[in-house]
Write a protein that binds this ligand. Structure first.
Ligand code: ATP
Length: 478
């Protein structure tokens, strides 16, 4: 799959009601999308899988905390000071770039030149880019013209940019509470759902009588003022996170990290049907670790535009709990009554973006069946927004009535769609593109012997079966 497939997926999403560009009638709002009727169902199905995978563990419970919290939460967590991306502007055309992103699009001779100027070894990987970004930021005066001298090209203009020196750009969106901007307090839209879990963790633990190790799972919106938002819904400024924070004894952080790495990567192949060859771990280098992390792994998927992170698994130590304790003055320690031991648990975080998983599932399912001149979304049955399309062969002779009767009898167990417009082949192809796994046709024979034709989306095979066997057939063949 190549980048041109991404364009085709974007267009399919709009055509079939999965994802629409936001505010289209006003010319659109960049990197902002709305989920249409099929998109909502697919998103819901993915999040339900995740929720079940988490909360079916007896020691993992759910939470739904607020998007807006006391501003000190973000002081304590370090987001006010540290949640920054290094950026640079091209003075010629005012385009702004994240430095790591800009460098990842340069030819190797440009990176070589930068490594030489900054006296670092070029390891030809992302750690080198992280190192360059870090030095350019820390010694921004000294290396103010390093990007230009190395010949860093502006991907927009295709020319060497006149780059400003590296600066920090805070990714949090600010707003204010209260009736007036002057008297109101500055608050932030949360850039991650995790902090809502940390500040509530003792309330959750006490109310549910949980013992370490235990986890708290949450799904909710997060907001980041990304410098560059692109690749459709891969990186947007408003997105949904699915995070689980696992509280462990400090001596068990490493084993717990291993456990969650294993569980999470299996989730993608077992629950979302992702090919294992298209998944890999990427460990963060020490230079690239977030301010709170001791160790971090990304799970990456091979998108049409290359490898991209879908989930981060982080050992966040007890940094956040200790910082909240310092700033709030409230005890954030866990008390183990059996061992009579008080401590700040370490936290292993599994953090994924629902919208990225949605895109991953679409990319994985998208298939061009050139032999049959059709496009198919090979969505796993559980994820498909509609499971069955019910079609009367003709719009007359009592066939629609019989089809509606069948629709009513199966739609309480499986989400169905009814279609009587156009040729039967066209109707099937419409549903193939929407990922509907089965099609049922009601014809004159049905009225005689109560049999129907059932067609499978991927193989296009058709079978004649009694109406009474529809659900059995589906459960055996889904
Ligand atoms: P990236 O390196 O892609 O910016 P990150 O390392 O900042 O991501 P985390 O803070 O670890 O991401 O967030 C956890 C997950 O949240 C990511 O793996 C991703 O699935 C999702 N996520 C983060 N930022 C965005 C975004 N702007 N749009 C969509 N999903 C996002």
């Amino acid at each position: 799959m190549s980048i041109k497939h991404l364009d085709k997926i974007v267009s399919l999403c709009k055509r079939k009601g999965f994802v629409f560009p936001n505010s289209e009638i006003y010319g659109g709002l960049k990197a902002s999308y709305d989920y249409g009727p099929l998109g909502v169902d697919l998103k819901k199905a993915i999040s339900e899988k995740w929720w079940k995978a988490m909360t079916s563990n007896s020691n993992i419970v759910g939470l739904d905390s607020s998007i807006m919290v006391h501003p000190d939460v973000w002081e304590a967590s370090g987001h006010v000071d540290n949640f920054n991306d290094p950026m640079t502007d091209n003075k010629d055309n005012k385009k702004r770039y994240r430095i790591d992103d800009l460098l990842s699009q340069q030819k190797s001779k440009v990176i070589d030149a930068l490594c030489e100027a900054l006296s670092i070894e070029n390891k030809n990987d992302s750690t080198t880019i992280d190192k360059i970004s870090e030095i350019l930021l820390q010694e921004s005066d000294k290396y103010s013209d390093a990007l230009e001298s190395a010949g860093v090209i502006d991907p927009f203009s295709g020319n060497i940019g006149k780059w400003t020196q590296a600066t920090q750009f805070n990714l949090m969106f600010q707003t204010n509470t209260g009736p007036s901007e002057k008297t109101g307090k500055n608050i932030y839209l949360r850039p991650e759902t995790a902090q809502g879990i940390y500040i509530n963790y003792l309330l959750v633990q006490n109310s549910m009588r949980l013992k370490v190790p235990f986890g708290i799972a949450q799904i909710g919106k997060a907001f980041r003022n990304e410098i560059i938002a692109r690749n459709f819904i891969f990186r947007t400024r408003e997105f949904e996170q699915m995070e689980m924070q696992y509280f462990v004894h400090p001596s068990e952080d490493e084993s717990s990290m291993e456990l969650w790495k294993e569980k999470r990567i299996s989730f993608y192949s077992n629950e979302l049907g992702i090919n294992k060859d298209k998944l890999k771990f990427h460990q963060h280098s020490e230079d690239a670790l977030a301010h709170y992390a001791k160790d971090a792994f990304d799970i990456e998927y091979y998108f049409p535009f290359g490898w991209g992170e879908v989930e981060g698994i982080h050992n966040r130590t007890n940094f956040d709990l200790k910082e909240h304790e310092k700033l709030s003055g409230k005890n954030m320690m866990y008390f183990d009554a059996i061992k009579n031991e008080k401590y700040h648990p370490f936290i292993i975080e599994t953090s994924t973006g629902l919208n990225r998983l949605f895109l991953m599932v679409l990319c994985e399912s998208y298939y061009e069946d050139n032999e049959n001149n059709r496009t198919v979304l090979k969505l796993p049955f559980d994820l498909a927004p509609n499971k069955i399309v019910v079609c009367p062969l003709l719009k007359k002779d009592g066939l629609p009535e019989k089809a509606k009767e069948i629709f009513d009898s199966i739609s309480s167990t499986h989400k169905c769609v009814y279609d009587q417009q156009g040729s039967i082949g066209k109707r099937y192809y419409r549903q193939d593109e929407a990922g509907t796994p089965f099609g049922i046709t009601i014809d004159h024979e049905t009225l005689q012997d109560n049999s129907i034709t059932i067609r499978e989306r991927d193989s296009m095979e058709q079978h004649r079966i009694p109406i009474d066997n529809i659900l059995k057939f589906i459960s055996e063949n889904k």
